[in-house]
Design a protein around this ligand. Structure first.
Ligand SMILES: NC(=O)c1ccc[n+]([C@@H]2O[C@H](COP(=O)([O-])OP(=O)(O)OC[C@H]3O[C@@H](n4cnc5c(N)ncnc54)[C@H](O)[C@@H]3O)[C@@H](O)[C@H]2O)c1
Length: 188
């Protein structure tokens, strides 16, 4: 099962793509109104092919919730707004999401950061959160950095066809994640 955290422009199509390929998906967002709308079957924004993908995912049993799930794969797609004052991105949403994941994840879980952050942000802000929460990176949790490259307009097509960069500590985990990303799901 994959728990996708953040059901916005990036997280929602990602969740729908996995679910449409028969992967068990639970989408989590802390925005109660958004989750309610999704549960009611309302697609929150327009994109070519999104409604169809939404309906396919629904038939495959995708669920939407405000709760973080206890599982072994997480994809974090929360915002990273640019902070003009400090001239850098605000990684606090990602940090908060990782803290919440650490409360529920199973030992050895894979945590994929899909939000737009630099490798330096992973090392300076994300790894320490895991350690502060009592986790050992590479044992209790495997940290993976795979920022999304799609942009609005043709997201559904791009999700399947864009190549991706996957950064990780352990090549075996990297290969596993490679099989996870939507393009590879399609190829299986
Ligand atoms: N939108 C794009 O075109 C685009 C393209 C490429 C990459 N990205 C990157 O993808 C990431 C996500 O962007 P987006 O446009 O999907 O953002 P968004 O604002 O559309 O959606 C983010 C969602 O995350 C939820 N959220 C925030 N913190 C949360 C938490 N701790 N737990 C649960 N839910 C939480 C919000 O309620 C929101 O629904 C960003 O890092 C962005 O830079 C975006």
């Amino acid at each position: 099962m994959i728990n996708i955290i953040g059901l916005g422009y990036i997280g929602l199509p990602t969740a729908l793509m996995f679910a449409s390929h028969d992967v068990e998906v639970i989408g989590t967002d802390f925005n109660k109104e958004l989750v309610y709308e999704l549960q009611k079957g309302k697609v929150p924004f327009e994109e070519k092919g999104l409604k169809e993908l939404f309906n396919n995912a629904k038939s495959s049993g995708i669920t939407y919730t405000t709760d973080y799930q206890s599982t072994d794969i997480y994809i974090v797609a929360v915002p990273t707004p640019y902070d003009k004052r400090y001239k850098k991105i605000d990684s606090s949403y990602v940090v908060q999401a990782v803290e919440s994941i650490m409360e529920v994840c199973t030992k050895g879980a894979i945590l994929i950061i899909e939000s737009t952050v630099s490798p330096g942000t992973i090392d300076r802000y994300i790894r320490p959160v895991i350690v502060e929460k009592g986790g050992v990176v590479g044992t209790d949790i495997h940290l993976v950095h795979a920022p999304e490259r799609i942009i609005p307009g043709n997201m559904v097509y791009e999700l399947e066809h864009n190549s991706r960069t996957i950064g990780c500590d352990d090549v075996v985990i990297g290969e596993k994640v490679k099989l996870c990303i939507p393009l590879s799901v399609k190829e299986r």
